[in-house]
Design a protein around this ligand. Sequence first.
Ligand SMILES: *Cc1c(COP(=O)(O)O)cnc(C)c1O
Ligand code: SF4
Length: 463
Amino acid sequence: MTTEYTKFKPYTRQSIKDSPQWSLLSIEQKDWIDVVSRVMPFRVNQYILDELIDWNNIPNDPIYRLTFPHQDMLKHDEYAELYDFIKNKDEDNANRLVQKIRMRMNPHPAGQMTHNVPSVNGKPLNGIQHKYRETVLFFPKAGQSCHAYCTFCFRWPQFVGMEELKFDAHDASELYEYLKIHKDVTDVLITGGDPMVMNSRALEAYIDTLLSPELEHIHNIRIGTKSVSYWPQRYVSDKDSDDLMRLFEKVVKAGKNLSIMGHYNHPREIKTDIAQKAVRRITSTGATLRIQAPVIKHINENPNDWAELWTTGVRLGAVPYYMFVERDTGPSHYFEMPLCKAYEIFQQAYKQISGLARTVRGPSMSAHPGKVVIDGITEIAGEKVFALQFLQARNANNVRKPFYAKFDENATWFDQLVPAFGQKKFFFEEDTSTSTSTSTSTSTFTTNERKIINLFNEVEVQS
Ligand SMILES: *Cc1c(COP(=O)(O)O)cnc(C)c1O
Ligand code: SF4
């Protein structure tokens, strides 16, 4: 289909009933939307409905799973109870139960340490995160939604308006102040939600700050975005698409690298005409486009899909970057995948592709001490182990040092792993020094601020 979408049109729980595709859903699937989207955010758009979802294959279609609620995203009894309240129009009890389920799902309960939020003159900075020396993350306020919501996304509390969990910046002035005194930072990653929901003028205001002469040490500006998949029209046919292209060119002319960190979960997202046009338009400005995504049960478990995604990307001029392991945050166990399975998917995909696509690294976990990649599963001295290393580390000295964890076929996250060979600690656990200047003592924060910070600690920046 080659419909021209002149205007972005999202659908939510209330309005999805008006979409042409509503009639293709079964009664049960309609109920799933009605019940589950009370708890988790739901948003799709006409382009996804028309061109990305294969309606002959629902509910198992990967893009359907990526964007539409499923009964199994709630616990069985929670679903049943909420279903009854809703059918009986008992709004009070429904709302109470929704709150309760959300609190249970709160992915990062208070009490963790607060390591990544920097401060200037003792004041914690909103919307800025700094974990690895060379890269600062920036969360502009106007970029805190997306063109559609991914069902696996850990950022759901902000999309459903749990206000206290918001974490964003109104303007770039604090970012500017922070960067001015941190000359070791070379990269700024603008992230969200999705910063590309901003119009070009709003985005330009943020980016212009980064082009100022005092920030010469910022060499690389990255934008994390899923728009390349969910709304490629952003780069082609939106009314300010040309302005956006000029903005990209301006960054490149200023002597900086502009990297669009494109979140693609499935090859179908890069195969439509408009998606390929978007890739061409982005790269024609001199910006680079990188491909990264988490590996997710029900969505991209097939290694061939990854190989096809990376291969297609390379052919169009994009660069495969990371495959992430997704921490199971919101939906209970719905997306959980054992690490050994994630590794197998990566290896089976990697073996099929050209060296040009082997720029991809993974599967990688963003854990407290750093980004840990699973290099392999092997046997050493009679013990089956995971071979691991840091691709990024809070303490840069730990990068690229091989280490080993006891093999565990059920482990789904780094914190479930224990050292191999009967050792008591991993090598980096001996290390008590903190490497970055960004550690801020817990007492600087209020309880709410701590909650906000914890939400964004040790989770992946996928877009
Ligand atoms: C992944 C990540 C980065 C960027 O790391 P690169 O390896 O340079 O892409 C920066 N900050 C945080 C918190 C991250 O998780
Ligand atoms: S993964 Fe990215 S695009 Fe998807 S809902 Fe989360 S922030 Fe938005």
